[in-house]
Design a protein around this ligand. Structure first.
Ligand SMILES: [Fe+2]
Length: 337
């Protein structure tokens, strides 16, 4: 019996040591995404997708993470939320510095996870300072807002629910896709007068705590239309939506691609079975990592980069995702001339 406990103890120590080492090494995951809406301009872009850092640091001041991201030469980085931890306001400080460094590499789009939403509510002043700082660094913060990313790297605002409310515009104006003074093609960066062709549309969806409960509220296409307007039928539309649980709504809404995280890969990944546990301690949740398809919508779920509450990940290396786009069209002789 004693021998059994000794062996179990040694195994446990080995697992903990392995986990500590494993979580120092970033993993690169590549995804190929195909849609007829993908333009040659989008195919030419190098796009990274990150999620759930939770204030974790890879090296002093995140130097290892920054060097790795830099080496991948991205055109832009998409962040699907939870880069801070809601009960650790200090993580806002670390993220502020990281954002400053990331913006030196390329354009950064940041949408909110449940931790950003809760921190904004719990620490309004500190969060306002955080927000001011990251925006000053150049981060494009998408809180139920949409932007166009243009071929020359410029960005223009297309939908801003808050601006719309402030200007008192009717919802139908945006729902119908009409140009409104809420900001269609108002510049966020780049040359306002000479906007180059649209590469893709990017929307950051913010959901309330009720969508993260043990028995979550049900998100619908109509609610999404209220929050972020309708999906783009013309341009490839990327939806940054932290919570993969609402995949059905994202597919009904007709996102071309939705990017989420939240599950941290299921904490422990079991070969053949996937992620073990959800943040609400549900076993083998549906969407812990990888690509999922419903209708015309692909959802990618990142394993994330950090931890909170349970500071443990096993067989689940922190992940940087690279997105590769194609439109599936074969190059004809005429095209190649
Ligand atoms: Fe989350």
């Amino acid at each position: 019996m004693l021998l059994f406990f000794v062996i179990c103890g040694i195994l446990l120590i080995l697992i903990i040591i392995y986990s500590l080492i494993e979580n120092k090494f970033l993993k690169i995951s590549n995804y190929s995404l195909e849609s007829l809406k993908v333009t040659p301009d989008l195919m030419a872009k190098r796009i990274l997708f990150l999620s759930d850092l939770h204030g974790y640091r890879f090296g002093k001041d995140n130097s290892r993470l920054i060097t790795r991201l830099q080496s991948l030469k991205p055109d832009f980085i998409l962040i699907a939320g939870d880069f801070i931890t809601k009960n650790k306001p200090g993580t806002m400080e670390a993220t502020k510095h990281l954002m400053k460094d990331l913006c030196k590499i390329c354009t950064v789009f940041y949408s909110l996870g449940n931790h950003e939403s809760t921190a904004a509510f719990r620490y309004p002043e500190k969060y306002a300072q955080f927000l001011e700082s990251i925006k000053k660094s150049g981060v494009i913060y998408l809180d139920n807002q949409s932007v166009f990313y243009h071929a020359d790297g410029s960005v223009s605002l297309t939908y801003d629910r808050k601006a719309e409310e402030n200007t008192g515009l009717a919802e139908d104006d945006n729902a119908s896709g009409k140009v409104t003074s809420a900001g269609l093609k108002s510049p966020v960066s780049g040359n306002a007068d000479k906007l180059s062709p649209v590469v893709c549309k990017i929307t950051g969806l913010t959901l309330g705590e009720e969508y993260y409960d043990q028995h979550p509220a049900v998100l619908t296409k109509d609610l999404m239309n209220e929050l972020i307007g309708e999906a783009d039928t013309e341009n490839y539309h990327i939806l940054l939506a932290h919570n993969p649980e609402c995949f059905s709504a994202y597919a009904d809404w007709q996102a071309d691609l939705s990017l989420g995280g939240h599950y941290h890969g299921g904490i422990i990944r079991i070969p053949g079975l996937g992620g073990l546990i959800s943040p609400k301690y549900r076993l083998f949740p549906d969407y812990t990592s990888g690509a999922y398809k419903k209708g015309n919508t692909t959802m990618l779920v990142s394993k994330g980069l950090g931890t909170h509450t349970i500071h443990f990940r096993l067989f689940n290396r922190p992940e940087i995702n690279i997105l590769h786009f194609s439109n599936g069209k074969e190059i004809s002789d005429a095209d190649s001339i």
